[in-house]
Design a protein around this ligand. Structure first.
Ligand code: NDP
Length: 447
C-alpha cells in the first residue's frame, strides 16, 4: 500500500487521467509503492518532477487498420503504439495482437517495459504496441494483409534509432516477417527496425529461446541463493506459446520435470513429464490446441479452463501466458500444495493479492520485470548485431543472455537489501530499474 502523501497524489492523478485502465493503475501502484524509500532518500525525484513525468507516456499513437478478409469483406481493427520513455535509449518493446488489446493494456505493458529495459543495463527505452486483431483462425493471407496495413501506418513513427518493436502475444516469426517486409518496401531501407526477425534476414540466434531460457537462468540464480536448484524439481508452466515452450525446454535441461502446460482453453497434465516435441509440433507446427497432446499421449489428462493449472502440485510455478492469470485464490492453492518458487515469464501474471500471498508465505518470487527481461535483452543484442552487420553464434548470444540474467538478479537483490527490503525482488527490480531512468531524466532537465 502506498503511504507517502505525494506518491498517493500521483496515484490519484494517474487514475483520474487514465480512467477505465485498471491494468495500468495496477502496474503504476506497484512501482510507486516500491519507490517510497527511494523518494525519502532522494527527494529531488519529487522536487524536479521525475515521478510525475515517469507515469506519463511520452507519446501515444492510435490508428485505424483496414484490411480485406478472404471473403472480400473490409475489416477494421485498431492499432496502438505507446512510446513510454526514451530517457536511456530508443523505445523498445513488443507488439501484441489479441482481441483483449486496448490502450490501457498497452500502457501498462509500456510502463513495465521502461523499468525492465533499464534492468538489462542495455541502452533501450520503453515502448509497447499492438492491435485488437486476433490472428487465431485467420489464413496466412489475412494475417499478411493485416500486418501490411498495420505497418503502413506504424512505419511513420518507428526507426532503428527511434523505436524498435518486437513480438509478443500473437506476434511471432510469421507476423514479424510480414511487418519487416512492408517496412522495407515502404521506406526502402534495410535496418534493424524490428527484432525477432527470421535468421535469413537479420534475426539473432537464440532470440526465439531468450525469454524462456532467461526466465530459467533467473530462477536458477534465485534458487541458488536459497541453496537449491531446478534439479529434481516438479514444475508447472502456464501457456504453450513462445515463452512457455522455451521455459519448459530450459527447465528440463536443468534437471526439472515439467508436468503441466496450458492454452486459453484448458491445461494438460502429464505425470511422466511433458513431451515438448509433441507440444512444439502442435503449437509451432500447426497452430493447434493444447488438448491435441492427448492424441499423442492418451495417458495424460486434459482439463477445460486454464486457471485449474494452479491446483497441480509443484515445487516451481512459471506463469508464461498472460496478465493476472494467478489470482489470490490460485496463489493460495499453490502455497497449500507446497510451491517453493514462482517466477513470472508473462507480464504481470500475478495479481497484487497473489503476490502478497506468496510474499507472506515466504515463497521465492521473481517478478516479470526482472525474470522475463531476457527476451528484450536479446532483442537489444539483435540490434547490436544489425548495427555492426554481424551475426554471433548461438552459444555467444546464449552466454551473454545468461550473464545478463545473473546481473539482473544481483542488482534487484542488492537494491532490495539497500532499501531495507531484503529478499523482496518486486521492490528491488522496481527500484533498480527506476534509478537509471530517473537519473537520466534528471540530467535532461524539464523535457
Ligand atoms: P504467444 O502468443 O506465443 O503465447 C501465448 C500463450 O498464452 C498461448 O499459449 C496462449 O493460448 C496463452 N494465453 C493467452 N491468453 C491466455 C489466457 N487468458 N489464459 C490462458 N492462456 C492464455 O505469446 P508469448 O509466449 O510471446 O507471450 C506470453 C507472455 O509473455 C505475455 O504476457 C507476454 O507479454 C510475455 N512476454 C513475452 C516475451 C517474448 O519474447 N515473446 C518477452 C517478455 C514477456 P492461446 O493459444 O489459446 O491463445
Amino acid at each position: 500500500m502506498i503511504t507517502n502523501a505525494y506518491l498517493l497524489e500521483v496515484m490519484e492523478n494517474v487514475k483520474k487521467r487514465n480512467q477505465g485502465e485498471p491494468e495500468f493503475h495496477q502496474a503504476v501502484a506497484e512501482v510507486l509503492e516500491s519507490l517510497e524509500p527511494v523518494v525519502e532518500k532522494y527527494p529531488e525525484f519529487i522536487e524536479k518532477g521525475v515521478i510525475d513525468s515517469i507515469v506519463e507516456p511520452e507519446r501515444i499513437i492510435k490508428f485505424r487498420v483496414p484490411w480485406v478478409d478472404d471473403s472480400g469483406k473490409v475489416q477494421i481493427n485498431r492499432g496502438f503504439r505507446v512510446q513510454f520513455n526514451s530517457a536511456i535509449g530508443p523505445y523498445k518493446g513488443g507488439l501484441r495482437f489479441h482481441p483483449s488489446v486496448n490502450e490501457g493494456i498497452i500502457k501498462f505493458l509500456g510502463f513495465e517495459q521502461t523499468f525492465k529495459n533499464s534492468l538489462t543495463t542495455l541502452p533501450i527505452g520503453g515502448g509497447k504496441g499492438g492491435s485488437d486483431f486476433d490472428p487465431k483462425g485467420k489464413s496466412d493471407g489475412e494475417v499478411m494483409r493485416f500486418c501490411q496495413s498495420f505497418m503502413t501506418e506504424l512505419q511513420k513513427y518507428i526507426g532503428a534509432d527511434t523505436d524498435v518493436p518486437a513480438g509478443d502475444i500473437g506476434v511471432g516469426a510469421r507476423e514479424i516477417g510480414y511487418l519487416f517486409g512492408q517496412y522495407k518496401r515502404l521506406r526502402d531501407e534495410y535496418t534493424g527496425v524490428l527484432t525477432g526477425k527470421g535468421l535469413t534476414y537479420g534475426g539473432s540466434l537464440a532470440r526465439k529461446e531468450a525469454t524462456g531460457y532467461g526466465l530459467c537462468y533467473f530462477t536458477e540464480e534465485m534458487l541458488k541463493d536459497s541453496g537449491t536448484s531446478f534439479a529434481g524439481k516438479t514444475v508447472v508452466v502456464s501457456g504453450s506459446g513462445n515463452v512457455a515452450i522455451y521455459a519448459t525446454e530450459k527447465a528440463t535441461t536443468l534437471g526439472a520435470k515439467v508436468v503441466a502446460m496450458s492454452d486459453s482453453n484448458g491445461y494438460i497434465y502429464d505425470k511422466n513429464g511433458i513431451d515438448l516435441a509433441a507440444v512444439k509440433a502442435i503449437k509451432e507446427g500447426r497452430r493447434g490446441r493444447i488438448k491435441e497432446y492427448l492424441d499423442v499421449h492418451p495417458e495424460a489428462e486434459y482439463h477445460e479452463g486454464c486457471s485449474g493449472i494452479w491446483t497441480v502440485k509443484c515445487d516451481i510455478a512459471l506463469p508464461c501466458a498472460t496478465q493476472n492469470e494467478i489470482n489470490g485464490e490460485s496463489a493460495k492453492a499453490l502455497v497449500a500444495n507446497g510451491v517453493m518458487a514462482v517466477a513470472e515469464g508473462a507480464n504481470m501474471p500475478s495479481t497484487p493479492d497473489a503476490i502478497h500471498t506468496f510474499q507472506q508465505a515466504g515463497i521465492l518470487f521473481g517478478p516479470a520485470k526482472a525474470a522475463n527481461a531476457g527476451g528484450v535483452a536479446t532483442s537489444a543484442l539483435e540490434m547490436s548485431q544489425n548495427s555492426m552487420r554481424l551475426s554471433w553464434s548461438f552459444e555467444e548470444v546464449d552466454e551473454k543472455l545468461h550473464g545478463i540474467m545473473i546481473n539482473i538478479y544481483k542488482s534487484a537483490s542488492a537494491a532490495a537489501e539497500e532499501f531495507g527490503m531484503k529478499g523482496n525482488l518486486v521492490a528491488g527490480a522496481n527500484i533498480a530499474g527506476f534509478l537509471k531512468v530517473a537519473r537520466s531524466m534528471l540530467a535532461y532537465g524539464v523535457c
